[in-house]
Design a binder for this molecule. Structure first.
Ligand code: KIV
Ligand code: ZN
Length: 513
């Protein structure tokens, strides 16, 4: 049997801290459950000392995850480590991940510490972490730009202090495959007890080499890869989970390692993340992009029809792509809808199924063909509604001149307002704000079709800033103006809900119509 490589997913930590990828607690839990289904070995849930909110979300993820280990990040500081350990108390299999930089550049300009001080801090951090949590990972940040002899010293100290996993990150995406392979070989050959710990590789993609570097690190002796779904992460992102896994599966002749990933969950995981964050997946993204298995040229099409392997190195089905299957028709029943939703990774309770069924019939009335992606979008927007403060009852717009009438409901009260604007979406947002009495700044607005066809469902994603903080929202409808307003209201509802929780008192009542 081939040796195993563990998959450490940091979508919820390194991924989530990148612009445009933030998630609320509910979204993080949804994503964590999908990662668990995908079969990752470790889920890094966050950096608990960062804020009370981050602490709570790590705790919620730790409680929700059943199979994977759950990791929390901490700098090599007592408060960070104690806070991370406290957040992990509810985890079935916790991992405390502590780190400190080891390159002279970071020591001099960021930490203002000497090499000796960093050695001492690493020793203390790992000892403290180990006294609180049975499994500890130590990361030597910026390893690939660290002096190799010094890196060996740091790793010796971390192992002697009790670390179970040693991570040597390429923090700034600077290294190359040959360099990282040799770095791992050298460190592993020169530290006593290297065979008692797992070496891990964490790569950033600034030069587009993250996946290649992760694979080279494995050749050099790493047996854990840190990565994210869709490769999201700081700057140009992290090692893309789907790419590194499928490289090991497809080129098993070269990378003869196994991992616990259920590859049919790759596309569902990628799609879920994209729907949650609103970050579109580039069409040509390997494995999960829309065009990853599309053969456009006649020669290729002919070849694939004659024998799929002429131009296909892996099958779309093996990564969970269903060739955009037609799911259900207007006459499909609740049982079929529940079964299809389950196959897409969504377990619905009775109330949710009833609501989804209503929405599905409504969509099937407007749109002849309902695809898996339509169904995913319906579920995402339905789940948004369960957190609504204000519900969109109706929006009517006119383009020339641009004006809108919006009706909202909160509890059993209905509100309505009209407004003008630069265009119908602007006018409708103005009307929403008039009703609620707030003023937001639209920072980002994306709209795209969920599936092919003129009658496609439109997905809208917005980032809106209220009181200096950014809230994301999404919406879906066959009417793109309605989708845009739903997205705007979704972001606004998050702001209102938070404001009301913080004030611990109901918001001033809006004008009733
Ligand atoms: O990129 C990096 O070095 C990190 C560490 C905290 C592991 O994210
Ligand atoms: Zn990182």
């Amino acid at each position: 049997m081939a040796e195993m490589v563990e998959i450490f997913d940091t979508t919820l930590r390194d991924g989530e801290q990148s612009p445009g990828s933030s998630m609320d607690d509910h979204e993080k839990i949804q994503m964590a459950l999908q990662l668990d289904r995908l079969g990752v070995d470790i889920i890094e849930a966050g950096f608990p000392v960062a804020s009370k909110q981050e602490f709570d979300s790590v705790q919620k993820v730790a409680r929700a995850v059943e199979h994977a280990r759950v990791a929390a990040l901490a700098r090599a500081l007592p408060l960070d480590i104690q806070t991370a350990a406290a957040a992990l108390e509810v985890a079935r299999r916790p991992v405390l991940h502590t780190f400190i930089a080891t390159s002279d550049l970071h020591l001099e300009h960021k930490l203002r510490m000497t090499r000796a001080q960093v050695l001492e801090a690493a020793d203390k951090a790992v000892r403290l972490a180990k006294s609180l949590i049975p499994r500890v990972e130590f990361s030597a940040e910026d390893s690939t730009r660290s002096d190799l002899a010094y890196l060996v010293e740091v790793v010796k100290v971390a192992i002697a202090a009790g670390a179970d996993v040693i991570n040597l990150p390429d923090t700034v995406g600077y290294t190359t495959p040959n360099e990282i392979r040799e770095m791992f070989r050298h460190v592993i050959a020169n530290v006593p007890g290297a065979d008692k710990v797992v070496f891990s590789s964490h790569n950033h993609n600034d030069l587009g080499l993250a996946v290649a570097n992760a694979l080279a690190a494995v050749e050099g002796g790493a047996r854990q890869i840190e990565c994210t779904v869709n490769g999201i992460g700081e700057r140009a992102g992290n090692t893309s989970l789907e790419e590194v896994v499928m490289a090991m599966r497809t080129r098993h002749d070269v990378y003869s390692f196994d991992c616990n990933i259920s590859s049919k969950e790759l596309v569902p995981s990628s799609t879920l993340l994209s729907k949650i964050t609103g970050m579109a997946i580039p069409y040509n993204k390997p494995i999960v992009g829309r065009n990853a298995f599309a053969h456009e040229s006649g020669i290729h099409q002919h070849g694939v029809i004659a024998h799929a392997r002429t131009y296909e190195i892996m099958t779309p089905e093996s990564v969970g792509r269903n060739r955009n299957e037609l799911v259900l028709g207007k006459h499909s029943g609740r049982a079929g809808l529940a079964k299809r939703s389950e196959a897409l990774g969504y377990t619905l309770n009775k109330e949710e199924l009833d609501l989804l069924y209503e929405k599905f019939i409504d969509l099937a009335d407007k749109k002849k063909e309902v695809y898996d992606d339509d169904l995913r979008m319906l579920i995402v927007s339905m789940r948004n509604e369960s957190f609504e403060v204000y519900h969109l009852v109706e929006v009517c717009t006119n383009s020339h001149p641009a004006m809108a009438l919006v009706k909202l409901r909160r509890g059993d009260k209905q509100f309505s307002e009209t407004a003008t604007g630069d265009g119908p979406v602007h006018a409708a947002c103005q009307a929403v704000e008039k009703i609620i009495g707030v003023n937001g700044r639209l920072e980002q607005f994306d709209i795209r079709a969920t599936t092919p066809g003129k009658d496609a469902l439109g997905e809208a994603y917005v980032s809106v800033s209220f009181d200096g903080k950014t809230y994301k929202g999404n919406g879906a409808s066959t009417d793109i103006i309605e989708a845009a307003i739903q997205a705007y209201l979704n972001a606004l509802n998050k702001y209102i809900a938070l404001r009301e929780v913080q004030a611990s008192a109901p918001a001033p009542l809006a004008k009733s119509s």
